[in-house]
Ligand binder design. Structure first.
Ligand code: SAT
Ligand code: MN
Length: 597
């Protein structure tokens, strides 16, 4: 067969996978609009896509998945390092040889009746020192259409790869071969045999059985976080589950900030924030992943390696995130939202009244009297970053942008202040390593349970988390660096009646403004065990709809609750054994001391 590349490694690999998976046809993706339109048309014919009304939402599609294939499956996600201990206590491990034997048998003949698509993609702009090239082989045209939005994809990547270039091997199959004459289902998958496997030493990804974003768009969590975190450790940089935003003060000072929050905890909302504070502006650079490198100037520089947003739809509205709403007005793929009678999408929390007639996320007529939502809580939109009205012009600058501040946060109904500034890099790393959050619908499993999610990387760190903490600390050991300040934030504190204390959304600009005032040496702070918090009469918090007493509650640290937090942190730390860096034990001791222990 004639392939549009002379790269022998690629040709050999495609032939090897084709021999194993036995597809009916092979298609090398060129990444063009014509190719996207033709695949979308095929998906419409198969019933996977429904084209939305061109009047309401041009060039947009609605898909609904198999009822069981709606989120990342963490218990089927594996880090197959050669040595079990290298995967650490937070990952599932299987030895690479047995995993490959098991999965090879699953892949055998798995693409019969389907087309094998070869997707050349780059995470990060072509030619950037940050960027990494991957090739995803998949039998899912849904994956191809989403990858075209989420990554730089197609012929230009093959050209960059050239005849000798290396790439990250990403193999995906939905695991549902078609017998001759068998009618396909709208969302093929194989829920009984899901494996999302990573081979960190050989930088390979093998995914089987699921068509859902985080399990199937392999450039995203699998490459840009799990495999990239290992490459980052080896090469001296950081691959993080972070948003990236640009904040401009009324005086014109520009600061770039990153923020790590677990899935479905508001990264997209913060990245697209519309400030309520007059004169401030936020522009978006990324909403999920940030790759961070040391620049020649000794500062940390960040780049969002993705080309699109794969955001949570429910709860998104003109009230909560007008920029997201204005981004997905066209050329968007919606998965597992509800559908209106006039060919548009709908979800819980969107503006306006619920329409009288809806198709639910499973494709059935929605009964408003039912206790179930019409859209799945993890329903997603896939949309290109470039069409966002407030994208920062430098969002895909191959050099990245210099970072002033790093935010860590999670959903904590109590204890953790609205905002606190770490006392040092080590203290900041301690705050990141002890992060916890109430679980969300982004992963299969119970929602609302508090779990430790260090750096929001619990499901995404490709190696031993203790080594990962040490890697973060190593930046602090290099005294030549001009490191950003680290802040802990918590928008989710509740009062005794279970009501949120903080209004959130646009009002979060007040917290960002306070951070800038701290960076510029202007704001006062008082000390708590979590670090420095705003003083109660800080002008950035003037004119809020909530009263002073609630505002004060937001930054209060209760010492009884802190005592149980310290116990929980000790138990969390104990899981890392000898790999827990001594500096973090020192930090824990200091926290105990500050609480009078
Ligand atoms: O589905 S994804 O894993 O890409 C989104 C998320 O959980 O953060
Ligand atoms: Mn995420």
């Amino acid at each position: 067969m004639n392939y549009p590349t002379s790269n022998k490694k690629l040709i050999d690999w495609v032939n090897e996978i084709a021999d194993l998976c036995e597809p009916d046809a092979i298609h090398f993706c060129d990444g063009s609009k014509e190719e996207f339109d033709s695949l979308a048309g095929e998906l419409v014919n198969k019933g996977t896509f429904k084209k939305l009304s061109d009047v309401r939402r041009p060039n947009s599609y609605w898909a609904h998945s198999d009822a069981s294939d709606v989120a990342r499956v963490e218990n089927r996600t594996f880090i197959c390092s050669n040595v079990a201990d290298d995967a650490g206590p937070t990952n599932n491990w299987m030895d690479p040889f047995s995993m490959k034997s098991t999965m090879t048998e699953l892949y055998r003949g798995s693409m019969v009746g389907r087309t094998l698509y070869v997707i050349p993609f780059s995470m990060g702009p072509l030619g950037s020192p940050f960027s990494k090239i991957g090739i995803e082989i998949t039998d899912s045209p849904y994956v191809v259409t989403n990858m075209r939005i989420m990554a730089t994809m197609g012929t230009a990547v093959l050209e960059e790869l050239g005849a000798d270039g290396d790439f990250i091997h990403c193999l995906h199959s939905v695991g549902k071969p078609l017998a001759s004459g068998e009618q396909d289902v709208a969302w093929p998958c194989n829920p009984q045999n899901i494996y999302i496997s990573h081979f960190p030493e050989t930088r390979e990804i093998w995914s089987f059985g699921s068509g859902y974003g985080g399990n199937a768009l392999l450039g995203k969590k699998c490459l840009a976080l799990r495999i990239a975190s290992v490459a980052a450790r080896d090469e001296g940089w950081l691959a993080e589950h972070m948003l990236l935003l640009k904040l401009t003060s009324p005086a014109g000072e520009v600061h770039y900030m990153t923020g790590a929050f677990p899935s479905a905890c508001g990264k997209t909302n913060l990245a697209m924030l519309v400030p309520t504070l007059a004169g401030w502006s936020v522009e978006t650079l990324g909403d999920d992943i940030c790759w961070i490198r040391v620049g020649e100037d000794g500062r940390l520089w960040g780049l969002n390696p993705e080309a699109g947003f794969f955001g949570v739809a429910p709860g998104t509205s003109y009230a909560t995130n007008p920029n997201a709403m204005d981004t997905m007005v066209r050329d968007t793929i919606f998965t597992n939202t509800a559908l209106t009678a006039d060919g548009d999408v709908w979800w819980e929390g969107i503006d306006g009244e619920m329409p009288s007639s809806l198709t639910d996320w499973q494709g059935n007529r929605y009964d408003p009297a039912s206790s179930k939502p019409a859209s799945h809580p993890n329903a997603r939109f896939t949309v290109g970053a470039a069409q966002s009205p407030h994208i920062a012009p430098e969002w895909n600058d191959p050099r990245g942008v210099p970072i002033s501040a790093i935010l860590f946060g999670g959903r904590r109904r109590s204890l953790v202040p609205l905002v606190s500034e770490s006392k040092s890099w080590e203290h900041g790393v301690f705050l990141g390593s002890t992060m916890a959050s109430e679980t969300t619908a982004a992963a299969v499993g119970a929602v609302g349970n508090l779990r430790r999610d260090p750096f929001a990387m619990l499901p995404f760190c490709g190696y031993h988390m203790g080594d990962y903490f040490a890697h973060w600390l190593s930046f602090g050991d290099n005294k030549e660096l001009k490191l950003p300040k680290i802040y802990l934030v918590n928008w989710f504190r509740k009062d005794a009646d279970n009501k949120f204390l903080w209004p959130g959304y646009g009002e979060n600009s007040r917290v960002l403004a306070w951070i800038v005032d701290r960076l510029e040496g202007r704001a006062q702070a008082s000390e708590t065990p979590f670090g420095y918090v705003p003083v109660s009469d800080d002008p950035n918090f003037d004119g809020l709809s909530i009263d002073k007493a609630r505002l004060e509650l937001l930054n209060q640290v209760d010492s009884t609750e802190l005592a149980s937090e310290i116990e929980a942190i000790s138990a969390h730390f104990a899981t890392f054994g000898d790999k827990l860096p001594a500096q973090l034990i020192d930090q824990l001791n200091a926290l105990m001391g500050s609480n009078g222990n």
